[in-house]
Design a protein around this ligand. Structure first.
Ligand code: NDP
Length: 291
């Protein structure tokens, strides 16, 4: 019997650079799924985003990824329709869209049943674990308080970290985030989370994660001379990263965020199709394709 073709898209602005179609093609080959996965440009306003999403799902689309600048809008849309997962709620952002099947079975229309998840943070944690870095009992510093940082917090806590220090250029955003987290989820022990400015961040950590967008500009984060770590992770990828060079020079192990990108995509694919991805094998294929 021929398998029905399933349609997926990634929605963003800009979108031409997105690697998601190539990544999902590798997943489809690995699992034997028949899929079509496209890049969808969308004008940067809420009405256009809603129209694009609803047209896609009304046309039979199965799932969509959401990237910059629409993750917050996607969250708001799902809250008003079919709901969000706990990971999306803590992140305040959605990167994976699907339809709430229970609601559809109970008679809801497609444009009432949009459901949102966030796989970014779990993709990061899965990648860190695959590197052999220990998160259980780890003292972790997270630099940044934007969408990517927020999405990482619950998966890090669930991975059993001992303490989390959130550092941000704008101190109030880090402090607000810590205050919010203490009421957001019973699984978050607020006593383990503190905040400071990026320049105040000092001492030794097991893992330091850069979740700022500074790498886009090629600028260097102003880091204390008294800051050190065993392992340093930058969520960015595909370019020279001064943050990683800084810690390589000080003897730390390092990783960029390419594995996170594949990890979050794998979790979206699994959510949509029910198939489990061998991320290690997929990563090898994708790295070979890009050389
Ligand atoms: P946001 O715009 O939501 O947040 C940006 C953060 O960076 C803020 O904390 C901001 O601080 C900080 N920042 C920006 N410029 C500077 C600077 N010059 N000096 C110090 N801090 C700065 O972005 P996101 O959270 O969505 O994304 C952050 C990064 O994570 C991006 O590089 C993105 O590419 C990457 N990412 C990677 C993924 C992957 O799969 N590998 C997935 C998702 C994101 P302030 O609050 O003070 O403005």
């Amino acid at each position: 019997m021929t398998q029905a073709m399933q349609h997926f898209i990634v929605i963003g602005n800009p979108i031409a650079h997105s690697k998601s179609p190539e990544i999902h093609e590798v997943f489809a080959n690995q699992t034997g799924c028949a899929i079509r996965y496209g890049r969808q440009y969308c004008p940067d306003d809420a009405a256009s985003f809603t129209a694009v999403v609803e047209a896609f799902f009304q046309g039979g689309g199965v799932g969509a990824n959401v990237t910059v600048p629409f993750k917050q809008l996607a969250y708001d849309l799902c809250l008003a329709q079919g709901g969000v997962s706990e990971h999306a709620r803590i992140a305040g952002a959605v990167n994976t869209l699907l339809l709430n099947q229970d609601m559809l079975n109970n008679g809801a229309a497609v444009n009432e049943a949009l459901y949102g998840d966030n796989t970014d943070g779990q993709g990061l944690v899965n990648h860190i674990k695959s590197l052999g870095w220990q998160l259980q009992g780890a003292r972790v510093a997270l630099i940044g308080a934007g969408g990517a940082a927020r999405g990482t917090i619950l998966p890090l806590i669930q991975a059993g970290i001992e303490t989390l220090t959130i550092a941000n250029r704008t101190m109030s955003k880090a402090a607000d985030l810590v205050a919010e987290l203490s009421v957001a989820s019973p699984s978050i022990d607020a006593h383990k989370i503190t905040s400071c400015t990026t320049t105040e961040l000092s001492g030794h950590f097991d893992v330091i994660i850069n979740a700022t967008s500074i790498g886009l500009s090629g600028d260097t984060l102003p880091l204390s001379a008294h800051l050190s770590c065993n392992q340093a992770y930058d969520m960015m990828y595909g370019r020279e990263l001064p943050f990683l060079q800084h810690f390589t020079d000080r003897g730390a192990q390092i990783s960029d965020g390419y594995g996170m990108l594949i990890g979050q995509a794998a979790l979206s694919f699994e959510r949509w199709t029910g198939h489990t991805i061998d991320v290690t094998q997929a990563t090898t294929i994708l790295k070979n394709q890009s050389t």
